[in-house]
Design a protein around this ligand. Structure first.
Ligand SMILES: Cc1cc2nc3c(=O)[nH]c(=O)nc-3n(C[C@H](O)[C@H](O)[C@H](O)COP(=O)(O)O)c2cc1C
Length: 347
């Protein structure tokens, strides 16, 4: 047990270190947002000063539809990072996810590294997190449910990471029975279950299966940002990079999954390579209810500070408002109504 505890913590530490550089970005595949342009509306009558970004997420009012994606927990360093991220979430009144709580299943040593988020960000939506492999391995899901209690989480996120499990030296690429386990978790959990990828994206077919077993949210976490194949390849000093750019671009996933909202009630989270104001804005126009980022937030926090992270998010949403004005969109929902065009159609 203690060996696996230290192994999990060591791996988490390496992940953070590698994610502080751009070495682990996708190389030849983008999130696809660069292929779109906004349709300029020369007779816009939107009053930019009246645009409100406040919305409800997990039954709570939030000031920006932005989620600090699930990243860390389970190491000494993680406690400090989560503390600082929680300050940002609290000050901006935005939701925040914790990193995989797998380490918390192994030992109590670093429970505070997760709990610190709820302690600081008392009133914002907080999302728990675990990997698909742990769900599959859980006998009756009681251990998983205890993770929700531990955090007083408003929702619980299961991350699907088959590519990462496949490439990780200590990975567990066995997801047999996963969908059935997710269905059981949905039934047993008192809080909504959200499913996310970690950078390879979720297809329409997979989204449909997940919605049919009752999940409340889908975070596409598509390709174009952090390559988790890249992270594991670098960690293993492995030169093979055949899977480095594997996955469905974030823009494609959103375009495919958004129409499912006509039939199913769920929250669509746009993430995977949201690294600029334009990425964020296109992600909304392709149907996201909430947009989320991971690595750029961590980099800005650790290379700069909390103030810089807050300013980054505020600047992104200032840009979004300007685009809403220029496209004649009074609300984010208006922005989803044919306000973008593929660049190739412009020439
Ligand atoms: C340092 C780091 C650790 C991460 N750990 C987790 C995790 O424990 N659970 C999870 O669901 N996703 C995890 N992710 C994946 C992110 O939540 C996100 O889905 C992915 O990095 C793609 O987003 P990005 O391009 O904005 O980084 C992690 C990301 C980073 C940068």
């Amino acid at each position: 047990m203690s060996l696996s505890v230290s192994q999990t913590s060591k791996r988490k530490k390496q992940h953070i270190e590698l994610c502080l550089t751009d070495r682990v970005s996708f190389r030849s595949k983008s999130n696809g947002f660069d292929r779109y342009d906004f349709i300029h509306n020369a007779i816009t009558e939107v009053d930019i000063s009246k645009i409100s970004l406040r919305t409800k997420f997990l039954s709570k009012d939030i000031d920006y539809p932005f989620l600090i994606s699930c990243m860390t927990g389970g190491t000494k360093e993680a406690e400090n990072i989560n503390k600082r991220l929680a300050v940002v979430a609290c000050d901006l009144n935005i939701p925040i996810g914790v990193g995989s709580q797998r380490q918390a299943l192994e030992s109590k040593k670093y429970h505070n590294s997760y709990k610190v988020i709820r302690k600081i960000a008392k009133s914002v939506p907080v999302l728990g997190n675990i990997g698909a492999a742990q769900i599959v391995q859980s006998k009756d899901l009681q251990d998983i449910l205890s993770l929700i209690e531990m955090l007083e989480a408003d929702a619980f996120v299961v991350h699907l990471n088959p590519l990462q499990e496949l490439l990780q030296k200590e990975g567990e690429p066995n997801f047999v029975g996963l969908l059935n386990k997710i269905e059981k978790l949905v039934i047993k959990s008192k809080v909504p279950i959200i499913i996310k990828e970690v950078g390879s994206g979720i297809s329409k077919e997979v989204a449909l299966k997940l919605l049919n077993v009752g999940v409340s949210g889908i975070d596409v976490a598509g390709a174009g940002g952090t390559s988790w194949a890249g992270v594991e390849i670098v960690r293993n000093n492995n030169n093979g990079n055949i899977f480095w750019d594997w996955g469905l671009p974030t823009s494609y996933c959103l375009k495919e999954i958004y129409p499912l909202k006509k039939k199913y009630k769920f929250t669509l989270i746009g993430s995977g390579g949201i690294n600029s104001a334009n990425d964020l804005t296109v992600a909304f126009s392709l149907g996201s209810d909430i947009v989320a980022s991971a690595r750029i937030i961590l980099q800005t926090l650790l290379n700069d500070n909390e103030k810089a992270v807050k300013q980054l998010i505020i600047n992104w949403f200032d840009y979004l408002k300007k685009v809403m004005f220029l496209t004649g969109s009074k609300t984010i929902n208006d922005l989803k109504k044919n306000k973008i065009i593929k660049r190739k159609e412009l020439y």
